[in-house]
Design a binder for this molecule. Structure first.
Ligand SMILES: N[C@@H](CCC(=O)N[C@@H](CS)C(=O)NCC(=O)O)C(=O)O
Length: 314
């Protein structure tokens, strides 16, 4: 078994992206089921405040955001890499657009009245109210996760049409093997496809449906359930991996060891505070210490996050 621990919940589309990648890479891993809404008492000691789902843990290294989680999994399991050489710029741009804008479109499609009408979760008034209140807090101060259905629907259909046309010439979006763009597109489609009442939105797009089947056949890897408390114990008994400190201050005029906070720039504005360990063009790492977990290193992708010196906030 690998030493990967995935903190996730079954309904989470971004978690599905990681489960599918672990299936593609034929990995055995442990997984902690975390709550869909706050509080998340066994996750916060690990991340120090970041609350989005999923989070990946390897010992005392904590990875926030699927962009970096996918990179790390691909580095650990390099066979059949999902990062094609020679198209880094366009692949990163397309993946980021899919994970942000297209995901936002899919959220609007998934929450349209026709989708909610037969949803048992939303029939339970109390559960629905708690969920909506949690998500209102989650997106406070942001306009980056919401869009009205009427605006989103043509974007959704337009992108499915383009995907369908593109899949005429290859099995996957970038050729004969899946790449990161397939995994990002898949989890967005999965979110909508999972809802039986609106699954027919895919009917006109036969090649997208066939591609969806091909992708889902990779499965979810070999998952063993782990208690949240056991994951905290694993972090406490491990040391964070050592980080090459070169170039840490070149971009942000900061020094290794500076007190900083790191936060997403789109939504979920819950900062993580600690000591800067790395700020490279691709990655930010913050070291923090807490009774329940000891010393941990919290990793973020650079794209989609901002880092600020605490001294500047005072
Ligand atoms: N950019 C993030 C997006 C993650 C995201 O938005 N996850 C959703 C669930 S799929 C979430 O955090 N929802 C609120 C929650 O789970 O508390 C990533 O790639 O991991």
């Amino acid at each position: 078994m690998s030493n990967i621990i995935l903190h996730h919940y079954p309904e989470s589309p971004f978690s599905e992206k990681i489960r599918l990648l672990l299936g593609y890479k034929k990995q055995s891993y442990q997984a902690v089921t975390i709550p869909i809404i706050m509080p998340k008492p066994d996750l916060m000691p690990l991340t120090g405040g970041y609350r989005k789902t999923p989070v990946m843990q390897i010992g005392a290294d904590i990875y926030c955001d699927t962009a970096i989680i996918c990179r790390v999994i691909d580095r650990l399991c390099p066979d059949d890499t999902i990062y094609p050489t020679g198209s880094q710029a366009t692949t990163t741009a397309a993946t980021h657009w899919t994970d942000t804008f297209f995901f936002r479109v899919c959220v609007a499609v998934a929450f349209q009245p026709r989708a909610l009408a037969n949803n048992t979760f939303f029939q339970d008034q109390e559960a629905a109210a708690s969920f909506m209140a949690d998500r209102a807090k989650f997106t406070e101060g942001s306009t980056q996760l919401t869009m009205d259905f009427e605006t989103a629907h043509p974007y959704f259909l337009g992108h499915l049409k383009r995907l369908d046309n593109q899949l005429e010439s290859s099995e996957f979006l970038n050729g004969d093997m899946p790449t990161i763009i397939d995994f990002s597109t898949y989890h967005c489609c999965w979110f909508v496809h999972n809802i039986e009442a609106i699954r027919d939105s895919f009917s006109p797009f036969e090649r997208v449906l066939a591609w969806f089947e091909r992708m889902s056949a990779y499965g979810q890897g070999d998952l063993t359930e782990l208690e949240g408390s056991a994951a905290l114990e694993i972090a406490k008994n491990a040391n964070p991996s050592s980080i090459s400190k070169s170039g840490a201050s070149e971009i942000d005029q900061m020094q290794v060891g500076d007190e900083v906070e790191v936060m997403p720039i789109d939504y979920g504005f819950q900062p993580v505070r600690g000591k800067l360990q790395l700020s490279s063009m691709e990655e930010l790492v913050v070291g923090r210490e807490e009774e329940q977990v000891g010393e941990v290193a919290v990793h973020f992708p650079r794209l989609g996050f901002r880092v600020t010196q605490l001294a500047q906030l005072r």
